[in-house]
Design a protein. Structure first.
Length: 279
């Protein structure tokens, strides 16, 4: 039986989470709301797909032109309003300048307008207040020393595809969930620093690395604190059949066909101590 209950999320969600009758809660949304649900749910089974600020690490042997195309794809689709949208680009220092030039060229190719128009790659954000928030976050970053490489302007609910350079870990564009069309870039001296920067986050949903070196790829896959790790691709990729879920503040549990079934299954153990007579 499917039952649909509508109403204000705070009131209805709180009542559902606290009620003893539901035995399982699945939620997709912000970390703050996920925490409130977990606190109210008690001993219920939970699947929480929460926030993210996905990092992409670009190592010195990367194909810069290919990486730039992946940045344009992964950071700006749906105006960046995707839970696994690329938000942080952590780039080897020796190729950092070339990366910024190549990424700028690709980002500036994105056509902004109505999604009904041919060739449009990005449209308005869900609400004008969200575009205003993104504008404020970028403004705070530039006031603290970051640089806008391209974009950085707002027209109503449309925030231009924006690339920010020299972002610091404590800036909101790096440590918060931006959920908008902005990629913030920062240089790293080596893979150790790149991993430290990638893991310097409350979130851990999706991450990626671009390298031609197998050992570096596997080092990143092993040590990166993210539930989904992509090698030589953007952070924004998902197949419905794969186990999908985050670490740290990005939630608990896994989505995906088999994984979701297991998450919604309560196991029990039955032990026969001698066989009873057949009925």
């Amino acid at each position: 039986m499917l039952q649909v209950i509508t109403g204000p999320g705070g009131a209805v969600g709180q009542a559902l989470a606290a009620d003893p009758r539901p035995r399982k809660i699945s939620f997709t949304g912000s970390m703050d709301v996920g925490l409130r649900i977990a606190q109210a749910a008690g001993l219920k089974r939970l699947s929480l797909e929460l926030g993210s600020n996905s990092p992409m690490v670009v190592l010195p042997d990367a194909d810069i032109e290919e990486v730039a195309k992946l940045v344009a794809y992964g950071g700006y689709a749906n105006a960046g309003q995707v839970c696994i949208s690329l938000q942080r680009a952590i780039v080897a220092r020796e190729i950092y300048g070339d990366f910024l030039d190549a990424a700028k060229a690709e980002v500036e190719k994105i056509k902004v307008g109505s999604p009904r128009e041919e060739g449009v790659g990005m449209a308005a954000m869900i609400e004008e207040k969200e575009a205003e928030r993104v504008e404020a976050w970028v403004g705070e970053a530039t006031a603290a020393g970051a640089k806008v490489v391209t974009g950085g302007s707002r027209d109503g609910g449309v925030y231009a595809p924006t690339l920010v350079a020299d972002a610091k870990p404590d800036m909101k564009v790096m440590c918060g969930e931006l959920f908008g069309p902005v990629v913030a870039a920062t240089p790293a001296a080596d893979i150790d620093e790149a991993l430290a920067l990638a893991n310097d986050s409350d979130y851990g949903l999706s991450a990626s690395v671009y390298t031609k070196d197998y050992a570096s790829a596997m080092r990143f896959a092993r040590d990166c604190e993210a539930g989904n790790v992509h090698i030589n691709w953007s952070t924004q990729w998902r197949a419905d059949f794969m186990p999908y879920g985050g670490l740290k503040g990005s939630g608990i549990g896994k989505e995906g066909m088999r994984s979701a079934c297991l998450e919604m299954t309560e196991e029990k153990t039955v032990v026969f101590h001698g066989l009873p007579p057949a009925a």
